[in-house]
Write a protein that binds this ligand. Structure first.
Ligand code: F6R
Length: 617
């Protein structure tokens, strides 16, 4: 979603905020803009210069070279990448926006839901709009309410709006002030030496300082070069919690890889070692999860677990559902957060809701979580980004610890989510009924996963050849059963989101109930056919597809001799307990999707229309 960076200090703002903006490119965007405030000598007020362009940041840089070859002067500025919601992708609709009266300039992430009514009110007051955006309405509203105090005008305006926002605001009359605020969209303030850098996430801050604080909903921060003050939109003072950012600059740089997605696929052995570190106690047959240990009793007594998320996170949640019922023997269900929230769900006593999210900022998941909490559920987070909204909103949780995920297509977060859900399952299972031996065996399997993924990654060149053979085909099927039905959904999602190939994932048995009609000569069908309870059934489904001319790409267990006769292409994975197999079976599908997209000439880290973190419902 939109990226926000702002700077106030003593250094030239433009290079700092442009560099920050590039670090936020991964969030997905379709236009970019910058505004810098400079103060002419002898003047008490400033002048804001705005440059904005549809398209990539490179377009903005080219435009900047035209209009200000030496750079925009000034030590206060803001920059933005826009992911269009209201109004098309045009230069005019790009941020920053300016008002027509008070020298106000705004960048915004989120949606102002009552913008239409506010716009009518402002038009009646004589304001003239030049864009189609909700953000310009908010900008004009702040300008309308401005009476010489920017902080007060922002607070007053925000009391009038409904919707979601993370905003940065500056004003020509107050050249030493930056006001920022948040509700429902992420924003944090980095504290440097005599300078502050505000951004939608830590990756744009870390090069400058490791001290930062995230804003809570309805927080407004007035920042000057001398310090800052945090309050609510009703002007009640707030004490923000300053934290140490743990991000390492190297983690957000490409290194020797061509794409972040590729880097993150190959990072999975290490990212999972980090996920497991200190949490698996093989000798005692125990899993230690500090983040939920205070709620062990509630988890033992839980009568139902509802897992929720969107996209890849939902696929991980579905695997969690299977594991919790199968191993911890607790009724569980996984559900799209966007559906859960609006269907008036019944939450009985002793229900636990688990919100699964890489970013911790997905608006649908956050809204579902709020709904579940209001109805009395204990809420847990399975989240990657430390200090994110979902991490803060939940009663307890377990972090993924897979490091920053920059590639828009989620990869290492998926295996991290499944790994955490497996550990949560064992945490509950051991306290409910599972024997030490049974748990120890599964812990051994968990510990073996990083090494086994390394062995699959060694087959990258062979997997690329499979992608080469089929990447021109426009329709693919991904089929699996049991634990690997959600993995089939994930394989299809990976392929479609970065290669733009139409792909459908489904339970292998479902194919006969309609989709089999799609199979024509040479249609690629990826079957997850690892050893497990339903292996024979999957083999029958493979035969059905082959009989109709489909080309089968099978993901099978090492040592399986039958599969070679049944499928055109086979990618082998090491043997593993069926319940944990999705962490292995997904790897070849991530690689197929990656190579197919690159072979088709797409930028896999910036897929069209997609945003990394979807902060609007
Ligand atoms: C797919 C993908 C998305 C996200 C979904 C939820 O590759 O990245 O489907 O999984 O938008 O995002 P988080 O996990 O941040 O809540």
């Amino acid at each position: 979603m939109c990226g926000i960076v702002a700077y106030i200090g003593t250094k030239p703002a433009q290079p700092i905020i442009l560099e920050g903006l590039k670090r936020l490119e991964y969030r997905g965007y379709d236009s970019a803009g910058i505004a810098v405030l400079s103060v002419p000598s002898g003047s008490k007020t400033g002048q804001v210069k705005v440059v904005k362009k549809a398209g990539r940041i490179a377009n903005l840089e080219a435009e900047l070279k035209n209009v200000a070859p030496a750079g925009l002067p000034g030590t206060l500025g803001m920059a933005h990448t826009r992911w269009a919601t209201h109004g098309g992708v045009t230069d005019l609709n790009a941020h920053p926006h300016r008002d027509d009266k008070a020298g106000i300039c705004v960048i915004h992430n989120g949606i102002i839901e009552n913008y239409a009514a506010l716009k009518t009110y402002l038009q009646e007051k004589g304001h003239r709009f030049i864009s189609e955006t909700d953000t310009e309405v908010l900008t004009m509203l702040i300008g309308e309410l401005y009476e010489g105090d920017l902080e007060a005008a922002v607070q007053a305006a925000l009391r009038e709006v409904t919707g979601a926002y993370a905003i940065c605001v500056m004003c020509e009359n107050e050249p030493d002030t930056l006001v920022v605020a948040r509700k429902g969209a992420p924003l944090m303030v980095g504290i440097g030496a005599g300078e502050y850098i505000v951004a939608s996430d830590a990756s744009a801050i870390i090069a400058h300082t490791t001290q930062a604080f995230p804003l809570d909903d309805y927080n407004v921060v007035k920042i000057t070069r001398q310090g800052f003050r945090t309050s609510t939109t009703s002007n009640i003072a707030v004490n923000p919690k300053v934290m140490q950012l743990e991000l390492d600059l190297e983690e957000i740089e490409l290194g020797t890889y061509e794409h972040f997605m590729q880097k993150e696929i190959f990072e999975q052995p290490q990212s999972l070692r980090n996920t497991f570190r200190g949490r698996l106690q093989k000798d005692d047959g125990k899993v230690v999860l500090g983040g939920v240990s205070n709620f062990a009793k509630e988890l033992v007594r839980a009568k139902r677990v509802i897992l929720t998320g969107q996209g890849t996170a939902l696929h991980a949640a579905m695997i969690g559902e299977y594991m919790l019922e199968d191993l911890a023997k607790v009724p569980a269900v996984a559900e799209y957060a966007s559906e859960f929230r609006y269907r008036n769900p019944i939450i009985e006593d002793q229900t636990v809701v688990v919100a699964v999210s890489q970013s911790g900022e997905t608006a649908d998941t956050l809204a579902a979580l709020t709904e579940a909490k209001e109805r009395g559920a204990l809420s847990l987070g399975v989240v990657n980004v430390v200090g994110s909204s979902i991490a803060r909103e939940t009663d307890a949780g377990v972090y993924l610890r897979v490091g920053p995920e920059i590639g828009v297509a989620s990869t290492k977060a998926f295996t991290g989510q499944v790994a955490v859900l497996a550990m949560l399952t064992l945490f509950m299972a051991r306290r409910r009924h599972m024997s030490t031996d049974a748990c120890t065996r599964l812990i051994e399997d968990l510990e073996s996963i990083p090494g086994k993924i390394e062995r699959i990654l060694e087959q990258d060149a062979a997997i690329k050849k499979v992608a080469e053979r089929y990447c021109e085909r426009e329709n693919w099927l991904f089929l699996g059963r049991g634990y690997n039905y959600p993995t089939a959904l994930e394989g299809a999602l990976k392929l479609k989101e970065i290669s733009y190939i139409h792909a459908e994932g489904m339970p292998a048995a479902e194919m006969k109930h309609g989709p089999i009609a799609l199979i024509n000569d040479g249609m690629p069908a990826v079957f997850i056919a690892n050893r497990g309870r339903q292996y024979d059934k999957v083999m029958s489904n493979i035969a059905e597809v082959r009989a109709r001319g489909g080309h089968v790409i099978a993901i099978a267990t090492e040592g399986d001799k039958e599969i070679k006769k049944a499928a055109e292409d086979v990618i082998f994975i090491p043997d593993i307990a069926e319940q944990l197999s999705p962490m292995l079976t997904v790897i070849p599908m991530q690689l197929i999707a990656y190579h197919a997209a690159v072979l088709r000439g797409h930028d896999v880290d910036k897929p069209r229309n997609l945003a990394k973190s979807v902060t609007v419902e």
